[in-house]
Design a protein around this ligand. Structure first.
Ligand code: GLN
Length: 194
């Protein structure tokens, strides 16, 4: 039986996530945008895009309900970029809607407006074989994590946290779906069974 990985498809770059996840053996990635479709998955990706828009749509269609249920059942959830903002408990200077599942404080557009996007080679804890090429696009970063809550920092750039994990939750500021390297996707898929 393949592992069903849902990619939340209300807004953002969900197509790229589906394509790259489908390259991994044993994975069937699919677009999900209804409560029933989300509930049928073994894991969920919340993609990059515009976090206020994704949040509004999740709220309007009550998509948080099946996502919270997945979380309670121990199914992994990975938020990239806007998806990371949606997962966070605290967002600096914003009261926008969020799931608030992860004990982290994020800051939006944190690398400055003049540097809209950039790339970096990131050593990632738990990923062997050299650094991961990371693409940042109007990226947030994690300003603070609650270590006592079990949040582990996996990667940083310029001293700023850009990848972290708390139990079955993974949050990243960059876009592994836009490079040829599948090691972050593989790490996430491995979380289904561990
Ligand atoms: N800046 C966007 C936001 O705040 C995130 C950018 C992205 O997902 N590439 O939602």
């Amino acid at each position: 039986m393949p592992k069903i990985v849902g990619v939340l498809a209300v807004q953002g770059d969900f197509k790229e996530h589906i394509e790259t996840l489908n390259e991994i053996e044993g994975v069937e990635a699919r677009a999900v945008k209804t409560r029933a479709q989300i509930a049928a998955c073994d894991a969920l990706v919340i993609p990059g895009g515009e976090s206020t828009t994704i949040g509004k749509l999740m709220e309007r269609f009550e998509l948080d309900l099946p996502v919270r249920e997945m979380h309670e059942q121990g199914k992994p959830i990975w938020g990239t970029c806007a998806g990371m903002i949606i997962l966070a408990k605290e967002i600096v200077e914003s009261d926008q809607w969020r799931l608030g599942l992860m004990d982290i404080t994020v800051e939006r557009n944190a690398f400055g407006r003049q540097v809209d996007s950039f790339e970096a080679d990131l050593p990632v804890a738990g990923i062997d074989g050299g650094p991961v090429r990371a693409v940042f696009i109007r990226a947030p970063y994690v300003r603070e994590v609650c270590e006592e809550c079990g949040v582990e920092v996996l990667a940083q750039v310029e001293g700023r946290i850009v990848l972290c994990r708390q139990g079955k939750l993974l949050a990243g500021a960059f876009h592994p779906e836009l490079t040829d390297d599948r090691r972050v996707q593989e790490m996430f898929v491995a979380m289904i069974d561990d």
